[in-house]
Each structure stands twice: as C-alpha cells, then as structure tokens.
Design a protein around this ligand. Structure first.
Ligand SMILES: NC(=O)c1ccc[n+]([C@@H]2O[C@H](COP(=O)([O-])OP(=O)(O)OC[C@H]3O[C@@H](n4cnc5c(N)ncnc54)[C@H](O)[C@@H]3O)[C@@H](O)[C@H]2O)c1
Length: 429
C-alpha cells in the first residue's frame, strides 16, 4: 500500500493524471490538490477512472472516524482495556488537512518494514536535534527501522554529531538498513525534514528536578523550534527535552505550528517503566501489561490503575494494590533513580527508544494511540495547556485525543497535573 500525498499530485500535474493502486490511500490534502489542479486520480488500470472522493483516505474527518476495537489499539504502550470515546477532534477544523500543503516530502514509491510485520511508504528525512545520549539512541532506532531516506543528527558540538552519525552509518550492514546517516552543526544544514526529534538541552544532574532545567532549556528549545519552523514548515516536532510538558508547549509557541504538529514524548517512556516494574511485581511479561502514564512527566504523573491490564485482565487480579502503588511510585521516580546511579547524565536508552517509537508510529499511520504531551482541547475538562493524554497518532502528528473512562480520583489527579504545568509555564513567561 502506498499513501499518496499532495506532492505526488503536484508531480503529476503536467500529465493531468495519477495512477494509484486499488489498496493505496490518497490523503485528503491530495484529493483537495487534485481538485485544484484538475488532476484525475485513476485507480487500477488507466481506464478505471474513480472519483477522488470515492477513494480511501488516510484521515477522514475525526468526528466520524470510528475507533478501532479497544483490543486492536496499539498495545505498546497502553492498549485501552476499556471502551474509549471517540477522539474529541477539537484540535481540528472538520475536514481540514492535517498538514499545510507545501513541502511535506511525499512518500516514496518504495516501502519499508514498520517494525510490526507490515510495510510503510518511505519518508524523506528525520532530523534529531541534540546528538547527546537520548538523540543517539533515537537516531539508531530510526535508522534501524529503515523507513527514512535519511537520518540527520544536529548538535552545536558538530564533531559529536558527525562522529555519532559516522559510527551509526557503520552499522548499516549489521542492522540491514539503507537509510543514510549524517551529522551536522545546524538545523539549516540538516535541510527540510518531515519529522524532527528535539532532544537538545541539558539533562539533570543528581539532586536536580526536571523543573530546575526550565530556564536553560527554554532558551535552547525556543531557538531550535523557531529554526525548525523556517527550515521545515510542515514538519512534526517530537519534543523530548525536559521539563517535558513545559518545553513542548514552549516549542509549540516558538514554532508557530498548529498543535497537532508539536507533541511531547514522556508518556511512552513512563508507561514502559511502569510495565517493567509491574512485571517485576508479578504481572507477567512487561509487554503483556497495558497501561497509560498520563499527566506530567514528573511528580504529577498519573497512572490510572482502573485502566491497567495484565494479560488482558484487570491488573489488580494479578498484583495486589500495595505492590501496584509501589510500582507507580517507582515509575514516577525512575528518572531520578537512573540519574542517581549514573551520577552524570540521565536515562537515555528507554527515552531514545520511546521517541523513535512515536515517530515510527506516525509514519506507519495506523492510528496508534499512545500517551503523549498534547495541547488539551477540553477533553478531560482540561484546555489550552500541554499535558500527557492518550493521543491518536498519524502521519501528520496528533489526530485527536482519546477519552478514557477514568475514575473521579484519577480524573482529579489529571486535572491537578495540568494546573501545576500551567503554573510552571506562567513562571516561564
Ligand atoms: N522526555 C523524556 O522522557 C526525557 C527522558 C530523558 C531525557 N530527557 C531530556 O532530554 C534532554 C537530552 O538528554 P541527553 O541525556 O541526551 O543529554 P545530553 O547532554 O547527552 O545531550 C544533549 C545534547 O544537546 C546538545 N545541544 C545543546 N544545545 C543545543 C542546540 N542549541 N542545538 C543543538 N544541540 C544542542 C548538546 O551539545 C548535547 O550533545 C535533556 O533535557 C533531558 O532531561 C527527556
């Protein structure tokens, strides 16, 4: 299956016709562009003319998009164990394309493994800003996926970016990827990207909270986000730099991007930590645990146990409440625990893998639902602040927020987390 974007229609404008396969997907933006340019979209044979409106799309209007059965929602992390309400869709103008028309690299007519046994159309370039520990692991996973034409590492320490890139490129035969890897000193030298993973900034040192990083990292994140907006005006930015929720909102403001194209990574990592800890507590294999780490990436992290399952059954059937509470507490403090052991730098393997997983989920465009820092749109009674919520991801970023059936105390904790983030953002401005 190939996903046909607007750029493919632009390319075919001279010929006046685009031939697509019967199982291909034509994005809403491509259909809109075809109408504008008078390009016909032909399915199957050149004689079988099909109206663009009759084609399957990658993104039907959200309010009408049926949610998959909860059992089929992406399980790593967080298959929703209970029925979920549809995405609110309030982030979007109904029927609007998810990304502006200019410049998004069109999927190539090749395809690559999506890491789950399927194939996805290749994408041009992903840029990882910050070739430190987290950036290095994220870049490695992104190259390994063999989904992009190019992975580019950017760091103010240009030699580090180039060195990591060269080292990573030497693993091509070992991992079996054809993706090119480059390391440069600026976002501009990296060139236009479809996705940008933003890890530039300082990590914590022992005794520091993530919030202690806010002033230093806000300067870096604001500058990088503004540069990304100029170089790659249609990119999706995945923010990793801490303090995560505040930096994601800051990147959104600094980039001027629509909120669906700026998303923060923390919940995927925090959920993975809980899955590992619940497994140690007797819940069975870590990847058989489904849960959601929501709220803030820090003290106000919320892991609603009403939504957690192990082996498809409520997790409380396998692990006692005291042990589960201990697992939640330890997941909340896992970052500090790693910082304390390392004494220099913070966790990077699970964070780098988590960031790459989000990007690859977007590229695969399966509509996976993952916990992510997104701009709250009124769902859960929260609005206008970035906070960790279950988000449906697609090629253009966040497709919508999914509402879980939380208990009153869980909902209250989530709202409290949002308010604390809002307060810290107030101090930043
Ligand atoms: N969201 C999460 O779940 C999560 C998890 C772990 C780490 N983090 C955060 O991610 C960030 C990176 O962590 P790390 O361990 O990779 O740190 P690191 O120090 O190893 O790497 C950061 C890199 O950013 C580079 N950098 C600084 N300013 C830059 C700029 N303006 N442009 C380009 N590069 C620049 C530095 O030279 C350095 O190589 C930290 O803020 C850390 O707290 C977040």
């Amino acid at each position: 299956m190939t996903v046909w974007g607007a750029a493919a229609v632009d390319e075919a404008a001279g010929a006046g016709v685009v031939h697509v396969g019967a199982r291909d997907v034509v994005t809403p933006l491509a259909r809109e562009r075809a109408r504008e340019l008078g390009v016909e979209i032909v399915v199957g044979s050149p004689t079988a003319l099909v109206s663009p409106a009759a084609l399957p799309t990658a993104g039907p209007p959200l309010a009408t998009r049926p949610l998959p059965d909860p059992a089929s929602v992406s399980a790593r992390p967080g298959s929703a164990p209970r029925p979920v309400r549809p995405p609110s869709g309030a982030l979007f103008r109904r029927g609007a394309p998810l990304a502006p028309s200019s410049g998004r690299p069109s999927p190539r007519r090749g395809s690559a493994a999506d890491g789950r046994g399927g194939r996805v159309a290749r994408v041009g370039r992903v840029v990882v800003v910050g070739a430190g520990n987290v950036g290095m692991i994220a870049a490695m996973r992104l190259a390994d996926a063999d989904t992009f034409d190019e992975v580019v590492l950017v760091d103010i320490d240009e030699g580090r970016a180039a060195g990591i890139a060269l080292d990573l490129s030497h693993t091509a035969a070992l991992s079996g990827f054809t993706t090119r890897v480059r390391g440069v000193g600026t976002v501009e030298e990296a060139g236009h990207a479809a996705y940008v993973v933003l890890t530039a900034g300082r990590p914590r040192t022992p005794g520091m909270s993530r919030s202690d990083l806010i002033a230093t990292n806000a300067e870096i994140v604001g500058d990088v986000a503004a540069r990304v907006a100029r170089t790659s005006p249609d990119a999706v930015i995945v923010v990793v730099t801490n303090p995560l929720d505040e930096m994601t909102q800051h990147a959104w403001v600094s980039s001027g991007f629509p909120p669906q194209r700026v998303v923060g990574m923390a919940g995927v990592l925090d959920t993975a930590r809980f899955q590992a800890l619940a497994s140690l507590a007797g819940a069975g294999a870590a990847d058989g645990v489904a849960a959601w780490a929501l709220g803030s990436h820090g003290e106000e992290m919320v892991i609603p146990l009403s939504q957690a399952t192990a082996g498809g059954r409520p997790i409380l059937e396998r692990v006692g409440p005291a042990d589960l509470d201990a697992a939640v507490d330890r997941a909340r403090g896992s970052g500090a625990e790693v910082v304390g052991l390392l004494r220099s730098g913070s966790a990077f393997m699970a964070p780098g893998m988590s960031a790459a997983r989000m990007v690859l989920a977007m590229v695969a465009d399966r509509g996976d639902v993952m916990p992510a820092a997104v701009l709250a749109d009124g769902s859960y009674g929260i609005r206008d602040v970035y906070v960790g919520l279950p988000a449906r991801l697609g090629r253009g970023g966040v497709l919508g927020i999914v509402e879980l059936d939380l208990r009153p105390a869980e909902l209250a904790a989530l709202r409290e987390a949002a308010e604390r983030i809002r307060e810290r953002l107030g101090a930043l401005t």
